[in-house]
Design a protein around this ligand. Structure first.
Ligand SMILES: NC(=O)C1=CN([C@@H]2O[C@H](COP(=O)(O)OP(=O)(O)OC[C@H]3O[C@@H](n4cnc5c(N)ncnc54)[C@H](O)[C@@H]3O)[C@@H](O)[C@H]2O)C=CC1
Ligand SMILES: O=C(O)[C@@H]1CCC=N1
Length: 257
């Protein structure tokens, strides 16, 4: 399958990497000339074009839009001459399917919010589909995105909050991991050991919650032994408003103003 990525920045590059890991996709990219993207094209051996006509001529089966959100509808307008069978999937946060569909009248258009862990095929991808899609279109989209991680099908109204939790979430977790590594270094671990330890701990905590379906509160209680060390740390997190900080981070990221 021929997959084109339009806009090879952080998100487009992560998708490119995740698809390249599988070696089964014929990958194409469109981006303004940029040495970083050219280096990536050389490394991953994908075909790089710089203008919409060249992209359209290559007849991709799927086009993924990972351009900056404010220009994404304009980019879609430049792709109006795509073959009608080409499926377009936009990753642009806050851009509605109706606006993209108005630009791409003949093509099936889906909207999603992926996250950067797609680069290691461990992404979380909130996906909204047009209920009018026929089964082959739906299957093509879901199968492609399943190769990049977990696909969570949601309504378009829910995509904004899914985008904040799944899409912004890795950055919030990164801040937590960074702070923990400072603490570990303060207590004598070297930075590299701290990073490895913390990444493994977060990966394992996520896997445990994911595999067992237990609530975070239940899992937390299993760690906090009576009169033990964990409950003292949990009390300190409460004292410093950690939970409210997380809730407010989601509120702020969700705020459109
Ligand atoms: N970074 C992330 O974790 C996530 C980003 N997104 C969405 O992905 C999109 C891109 O975000 P980032 O990768 O963070 O931004 P970025 O700034 O790193 O990448 C944007 C890329 O698009 C290219 N570009 C700009 N105008 C273009 C045009 N007219 N045609 C083709 N390419 C063009 C830029 O040269 C750059 O390589 C945004 O719409 C954002 O909402 C969605 C979920 C997560
Ligand atoms: O920061 C952003 O706007 C994008 C959307 C979700 C994650 N990154």
């Amino acid at each position: 399958m021929k997959v084109a990525i339009v806009g090879v920045g952080s998100m487009g590059g992560a998708i490119m990497q995740g698809l390249n890991n599988l070696t089964k996709y014929d990958l194409i990219a469109m981006n303004p000339q940029n040495p970083r993207v050219e280096k990536l094209a050389h490394e991953y051996k994908f075909k790089l074009v710089f203008d919409p006509k060249s992209l359209i001529d290559l007849q991709p089966d799927v086009v993924i839009l990972t351009t900056p959100a404010p220009v994404t509808v304009a980019v879609a307008e430049q792709l109006q001459a795509l073959d009608p069978h080409t499926i377009v999937i936009s990753a642009a946060a806050g851009i509605k399917r109706a606006d993209l569909q108005a630009a791409l009248v003949n093509n099936p258009v889906a909207t999603m919010i992926p996250n950067t862990p797609v680069s290691v095929n461990a992404g979380t991808i909130g996906l909204s589909l047009d209920p009018k899609f026929d089964k082959p279109v739906k299957d093509t989209i879901v199968q492609l995105l399943n190769d990049l991680g977990d696909v969570v099908l949601v309504s378009e109204e829910q995509l904004d909050i899914v985008g904040v939790i799944g899409g912004c979430g890795p950055a919030f977790v990164d801040v937590f991991m960074d702070a923990m590594s400072d603490a570990a270094v303060k207590h004598g671990l070297n930075r590299q050991t701290a990073y490895r330890l913390i990444a493994s701990m977060v990966k394992g905590s996520g896997a445990l919650a994911y595999e067992t379906h237990q609530s975070p509160a239940t899992l937390r209680d299993q760690v906090a032994s009576p009169a033990g060390t964990t409950i003292r740390g949990l009390a300190a997190l409460e004292k410093h408003g950690f939970r409210y900080g997380v809730i407010d981070a989601v509120d702020q990221a969700s705020d459109e103003d």
